[in-house]
Design a protein around this ligand. Structure first.
Ligand code: IRN
Ligand code: FE2
Length: 626
């Protein structure tokens, strides 16, 4: 490792305590697979016992999927100037199909080496890029099609199963059968199942060989629904460390992948910091950087500049690229009648280029060459929806569906090259038109994973678009969308801040989980069951700790009932002691038991009047105590 440059030494070594603080009563655990270097992180939440007359009754701890990386592990030594441990490095080396490059082979490397002003941007001491050996294809899809189960696939199988087998005794496994619209989710995810889904193109594992820090994850409709968060500075720039901070903040709350949508200055350097410190896949929209390289003039873009940008980013370790190759020249006029025209940044750039040159989109005409680059680094396609509707008015129109058909055609070309592919989707769509989007995507793209932006189900709530869109996201997730791209409350209004990022991620975790429940994903309901049990038993601390956002749950409870004694009180300030339905039910059950009655129904009939008086007295007593 070479010496660390000055500006790195000046940077902060770590992210804030707010991002790294372990979750309450939670423990980071690692489940080992078939080899000692395969350890899958999870979070175990422990809960208290249920007090009963016969003494305390044990409650099982819950294991949850954990995307937060080593940041929430108090054992981990993290220096963001040095990047995260490279847990995949051994696996990549072992395959023997890649070679290290001495330097970046893109213009970035050449310019930097010849330019003393750029010398400070050297990153080799952190990361030496690698590439597939001549003729090799290093995509997970390529291995999968040849029947090879990679360590990444095994890792994912363990991760998706979430130690469900340990819940068997807990009594919390009962759940409603789901309605999965044709998805086939097995009761246990095996490494072989992961392999077969990737081979079939129904799932992708975004995992660039230049991102060895990555904790592998999968995007596909027979797996847990994933969510993506966006970060990135704009011309009105935030500092590089702030971007790393935002990344860690986003994954803390559950983002499964992060897209760096940076534009403006220091785009390469910002991305380098993000990737080296990211345990989740990082996606980008390379056309944004290409546009910077031509001074923001879309018509000056060329295939050569774009290609060079792809190589530059692939060598850094970007795991998936949004490529707006479906914005064809003939579709552009179809957007003229729209209410809101083209709202995709990448889509509008390509439309402008097509019109300026009156030529077909160069991303489309050079698509096979793009595939060659993708397979040399295992970068996955996220085929961009450059013509997605930007208003309810424009939903499901000809331009949108025309582009989707082209994306289907491109999917098959990508698969021919064994390049992993997912498809981006809308946008703004009213609820009753959402299903049609999913059905058409599955048909046109032969079940390649769908990755949608919301969709927003109404346009009337700027400031609340994490909600308008989480409604659509939950629905489309249920119908089969594999990953949901988050929308923050600042959508349409400005760059999101830290709080907005959290609000967006939590809203989307809710949507994704609601979809998992509806699809009947095995074990999806365990956490709901555990939380409900805690709620019913007035185990307030457990209720907070089992929730997606324990801080907010606790804070809201403390607002009106701050005392420690309140954390065991058998009511909250919403209904007060007299009207707590859960308390009353509990009393009814106790009463039934004391009278030896078989069912509560009977107790209700025969005991209501008698009980009424008792409730009043009891309630008053509890209130005084608290
Ligand atoms: C996701 C689904 N449809 C669009 N997205 C995301 O929107 C895409 O992945 C990227 O993060 C963001 C911006 O894309 P445009 O506006 O350049 O299309
Ligand atoms: Fe919008």
């Amino acid at each position: 490792m070479n010496a660390m440059p000055e500006h790195f030494l000046a940077a902060k070594a770590t992210v804030s305590e707010e991002c790294t603080r372990p979750f309450p009563r939670s423990q980071k655990i690692y489940v080992q697979g078939s080899r000692p270097d395969l350890n899958v992180p999870m979070r175990e939440i422990s809960v208290t016992d249920t007090p009963t007359e016969k003494g305390p009754e044990k409650n099982a701890s819950i294991t949850v999927y954990d995307s937060s990386g080593p940041y929430t592990d108090p054992q981990a030594q993290i220096d963001i100037r040095r990047g995260l441990p490279r847990l995949r490095e051994g696996w990549i080396n072992e395959r023997g199909d890649t070679e290290l490059l001495n330097d970046f082979s893109s213009n970035y490397g050449r310019e930097r080496n010849g330019n003393p002003d750029l010398a400070h941007l050297r990153f080799e001491y952190l990361h030496t890029p690698r590439k597939a050996k001549a003729g090799a294809n290093v995509s997970q899809m390529h291995y999968a099609k040849r029947g090879i189960i990679t360590p990444e696939m095994e890792y994912i199988a363990i991760r998706e199963n979430n130690r469900l087998e340990m819940m068997r005794e807990s009594g919390l496994l009962r759940q409603h059968p789901g309605q999965s619209y044709g998805a086939a989710i097995p009761a246990v995810i095996t490494p072989e199942f992961v392999r077969s889904e990737v081979a079939r193109g129904r799932a992708i594992i975004p995992a660039n060989i230049n991102h060895p820090e990555l904790e592998p994850m999968i995007i596909g409709r027979n797996f847990l629904v994933k969510i993506n968060g966006n970060i990135g500075n704009s011309a009105v720039s935030s500092s590089i460390e702030e971007e790393v901070e935002k990344l860690v903040w986003g994954i803390r709350w559950g983002a499964d992948t992060m897209m760096d949508l940076s534009t403006g200055k220091n785009i390469h350097e910002t991305r380098e910091w993000i990737i080296r410190n990211s345990p989740v896949p990082v996606g980008t929209v390379p056309i944004y950087q290409a546009l910077e390289k031509v001074g923001g003039k879309a018509e000056d873009l060329t295939w050569e500049i774009f290609k060079d940008t792809l190589i530059e980013q692939a060598e850094q370790g970007v795991d998936y690229f949004t490529i707006h190759a479906g914005v064809l020249l003939r579709y552009v006029p179809l957007t003229a009648k729209r209410m809101t025209g083209i709202v995709s940044r990448g889509g509008s750039i390509m439309a402008k280029w097509c019109l300026a040159h009156h030529k077909e989109n160069f991303l489309y005409t050079h698509f096979e060459e793009i595939c060659e680059i993708m397979k040399a680094y295992d970068v996955s396609f996220s085929l961009g929806d450059g013509l997605r509707p930007g208003s309810i008015y424009d939903a499901n129109d000809e331009a949108q569906f025309g582009e989707l058909e082209t994306l289907g055609e491109l999917t098959k070309i990508a698969w021919k090259h064994d390049v992993q592919t997912m498809i981006e989707g809308p946008g703004h769509v009213p609820m009753h038109l959402i299903k049609e989007n999913m059905d058409k995507q599955l048909k046109e793209c032969d079940e390649a994973p769908f990755y949608t932006l919301g969709p927003l189900t109404t346009d009337i709530a700027p400031g609340y678009d994490h909600l308008t869109s989480a409604i659509g996201a939950a629905m489309i997730g249920w119908f089969g969308t594999a990953m949901l791209c988050y929308v923050t409350p600042k959508e349409h209004l400005g760059l999101p801040n830290r709080e907005d990022v959290k609000e967006g991620v939590i809203a989307y975790k809710i949507a994704a989980h609601a979809a998992d429940l509806a699809k009947g994903h095995p074990g999806a309901q365990v956490r709901d069951n555990a939380l409900s049990k805690a709620r019913f038993e007035f185990r307030w601390e457990d209720q907070f700790n089992l929730s997606l956002d324990p801080d907010t749950a606790r804070e809201y409870h403390d607002e009106t009932m701050p005392k420690d004694a309140h954390k065991v009180a058998h009511f909250c300030s919403m209904c007060g002691p007299h009207f707590c339905s859960m308390k009353i039910t509990q009393d009814v059950r106790d009463y039934a038991a004391s009278k030896g009655m078989e069912t509560i129904d009977v107790a209700m009939q025969s005991g209501m009047e008698e009980k009424a008086e008792e409730f009043k007295k009891l309630g008053a007593e509890v209130y005084k105590k608290a």
